[in-house]
Design a protein around this ligand. Structure first.
Ligand SMILES: *Cc1c(COP(=O)(O)O)cnc(C)c1O
Length: 362
């Protein structure tokens, strides 16, 4: 790793050096897309993808109310309007049936302003891509996948197995250190198989300039650092092994909670080997008390996410209220993420499982 970093320092090619292009190709290949465009963060991957759609103030983007803030934040930053639909109880992913209901209730004028559907592959598991591809087609919207937590996660459609990010017009990834493929700082990537879209993202990444100093569009500085790309090139070859380590630990937790799944309800994996388990999440009653109990046992947990978007103060102007998305609200109230990483030992997992079970008298 250090050698890869000192090579960059010695080369002085800090901005869009050859490691960026190399990583772009490797990540695109890994995901099964034609092009990769390295950007400064997962947030910028989403932002620049929506900018490449020429999103205008007043346009609509359908998304989930239950995700990391960036998913809806980028829509709002461009002056467009996030339009929420509820999630599925088993996977916490956008529910295509709820999405359909929301889209069918739009007025003809609103339908014209719908520009994108932006699902999130939450916690490392793919959404129901078949249903969402159909919806996007039917409602003439671009499908942009937020794969920030799910690089390498797979999805099985009727005729083939694909990796997330390669199905929609664009897939957006984050290399934030806590993601399965984490850099040594911020980083992100857009993957796409659409040549025109890829070119547009590449231009917007450097302030909309092509050639340099001639601006047809207003873009930004969304570049991925060469140093980050060099670090990620060292890590990428290990990613599949790390995924497998997480999958094995998720299976072990599932077993540990089998029989008490009505009390301690693990998220449902459509197929364990397709889920990359960026998080292992259980849904429980008395969640906050459990978290304190685990903390007292020396076990660190996290709540993703305590407040769904439609109840966030900054989105009050959208006019949603309590009760509008009951499954998202339930998830925000009841979910807890347990420690999961490839180095987690069986002893540690036994200790965690016992501590959780003991809290509920099992
Ligand atoms: C992490 C994350 C992002 C943002 O990525 P950054 O690299 O932190 O900007 C966006 N969406 C989801 C679902 C995420 O988990």
């Amino acid at each position: 790793m250090l050698k890869a970093l000192t090579d960059v320092v010695d080369s002085t090619r800090y901005i869009l050096g050859p490691q960026v292009a190399e990583l772009e190709q490797q990540v695109a290949d890994y995901c099964g897309a034609r092009y990769g465009i390295g950007v400064a963060s997962g947030t910028d991957a989403l932002l620049v993808s929506l900018m490449a759609l020429d999103l205008k103030p007043g346009d609509l983007v359908l998304t989930t109310p239950y995700s990391f803030f960036a998913t809806a934040g980028v829509v709002s930053r461009l002056g467009a309007r996030p339009l929420f639909a509820d999630i599925e109880r088993d996977t916490y992913n956008l529910d295509p049936a709820s999405a359909r209901k929301v889209l069918e209730s739009l007025s003809p004028d609103e339908r014209r302003r719908l520009k994108a559907i932006l699902p999130v592959h939450l916690y490392g598991q793919s959404v129901d891509l078949t249903a969402l591809v159909d919806l996007a087609r039917e409602f003439d919207a671009a499908l942009i996948e937020d794969g920030a937590q799910a690089i390498g996660a797979r999805y099985e459609s009727s005729d083939r197995t694909v990796r997330v990010g390669s199905v929609g017009l664009a897939g957006c990834f984050s290399f934030f250190p806590s993601k399965n493929l984490g850099g040594i700082g911020d980083g992100g990537m857009v993957v796409t198989s659409d040549e025109t879209f890829a070119e547009q993202v590449r231009i917007l990444r450097v302030h909309g300039a092509r050639p340099q100093y001639y601006h047809s569009f207003v873009g930004g500085n969304f570049r991925l650092d060469t140093l980050q790309a060099a670090a990620l090139l060292v890590k990428l070859p290990h990613l599949e092994t790390w995924h497998a380590g997480r999958q094995a630990r998720a299976a072990y937790y599932d077993e540990g909670f089998a029989g008490v799944a009505d009390v301690i309800r693990p998220a449902v994996a459509q197929r364990q080997e397709y889920h990359i388990y960026n998080q292992y999440v259980i849904s429980v009653s008395r969640r906050d008390d459990l978290q304190v109990h685990l903390k007292n046992c020396g076990i660190a947990t996290a709540i993703y996410y305590p407040v769904p978007f439609h109840l966030q103060p900054c989105f009050q102007y959208l006019g949603y209220g309590e009760g509008d998305f009951p499954v998202s609200e339930w998830a925000a109230r009841t979910t807890l993420a347990l420690p999961i990483y490839p180095e987690l030992t069986t002893d540690q997992q036994d200790y965690i499982i016992d501590a959780v079970r003991q809290f509920y008298g099992h």
